[in-house]
Structures are given as structure tokens and as C-alpha cells.
Design a protein. Structure first.
Length: 201
């Protein structure tokens, strides 16, 4: 469904996305210098990824570690995020699975769909200081199944023209209008106008 009018990504957001992609290239270079055999693209230059549900559910990984100087299980999924200082510190303090459950879900899905069940290497680059955090994230099969089931439910509802339950009870909720909640920033929902304007139950 198209976003609400005026809800396209702002130029600042697009610059943040580009910084994230460049940060990924920087960290990939560091890993290779350190002696890891890191594969980030196929022979034709495309990223590794998966597609399901007729291409309506898909994702692309940052890379796969085939071997390296660290005693860990290979092959292993590699995912990197470039984060602002406060988000980076939160990930370092609590670990990615607790601090950023969306990233943990992403890791679990990639591990499942690409048959990479060994612990994934998650790296987080501090965009402000260029500090690097690394942690191994065990495969969470239950989380992967739950997220996969959710994707199936969303696609099937979409195909049937059905509305799924909202995440909030009214349009002033943080997940709709954007803002801070429980120490986490929520961007304004780009579909809030359509969601609440239709007054579906």
C-alpha cells in the first residue's frame, strides 16, 4: 500500500541510509584485513538473499563468513549496522537481541531461510566515534518461525484485502505519531492517515 502523502523518506533519512551502506563497506574491509574470508556478493555482483511467498517476503544479507582467524563456527551470517552513539551504547550494554529486537528477528530469519544456523556475527559501527562492537548471536529457531508466521499472516491478509489488528488503540499512540517510548525512538508511521482514516475495527 502506498504511503500517506508527504510520508516519503526525508533527505536526512536517505543520507542516514547511505551512511549505513558505507559503514557496512568499511567494516567489511576491516574484517578482510583481519583475515576473515567474507563473501558479500555473488559472482554477478548481487547480494545474497532469499525470497518467499511469491517474492512478497524477502531479504538480503550483508555477508557470510566462510573462515577466519577467530575460533567460531563457520559458515556464519554477518550483519552490520551503523548506529548513532546512544543506540550503539545501548547495543553494547544489553546486546542486540534485547536492545534491538527487530535486528534479532532479522538475523533469525536470515539464518533460517539461508540455512546458516551457526551463531551469526553481528557488528555495530558507532557513526560518531567509529568504535566497533561485535557479538555472536545464536540461532533462535522459535523467533525465526514466529517472524515467518507473521509474514505469512500479513501477506495473506493483504491478498484478501483484510485489515489486521492495529498496534495501538488510538492515533495519538507513539507507534503511530512517532516519538520516544520506554527509551526507544519510533518514527512516525507512514500509513497512519490511511489506517485511521478508514476507521476499520
Amino acid at each position: 500500500m502506498p504511503k500517506d502523502d508527504g510520508q516519503e523518506f526525508a533527505p536526512k533519512t536517505l543520507r542516514i541510509f547511505e551512511a549505513g551502506h558505507r559503514g557496512e563497506d568499511i567494516v567489511a574491509g576491516w574484517l578482510r584485513i583481519a583475515g576473515f574470508d567474507l563473501r558479500t556478493s555473488r559472482a554477478d555482483g548481487r547480494q545474497f538473499g532469499f525470497a518467499a511467498l511469491g517474492g512478497r517476503f524477502k531479504g538480503h544479507i550483508d555477508g557470510c563468513l566462510v573462515s577466519g582467524p577467530v575460533a567460531m563456527d563457520y559458515p556464519a551470517l554477518w550483519e552490520n549496522k551503523a548506529l548513532g552513539a546512544s543506540s550503539w551504547k545501548d547495543v553494547v550494554k544489553r546486546g542486540v537481541s534485547i536492545a534491538r529486537p527487530v535486528y534479532a528477528a532479522q538475523l533469525a530469519l536470515y539464518q533460517a531461510y539461508l540455512d546458516l544456523p551457526k551463531p551469526a556475527l553481528f557488528t555495530a559501527l558507532n557513526r560518531d566515534t567509529m568504535e566497533l562492537h561485535a557479538e555472536l548471536v545464536p540461532f533462535d529457531a522459535r523467533l525465526a518461525q514466529d517472524m515467518s508466521d507473521r509474514a505469512v499472516a500479513v501477506v495473506r491478509a493483504s491478498e484478501a484485502g483484510q485489515w489486521l489488528p492495529r498496534m495501538a488503540a488510538d492515533p495519538t499512540a507513539v507507534v503511530c505519531r512517532g516519538g520516544m517510548s520506554a527509551g526507544k525512538w519510533h518514527a512516525p508511521c507512514a500509513w497512519a492517515g490511511k489506517c485511521w482514516g478508514n476507521n476499520h475495527e
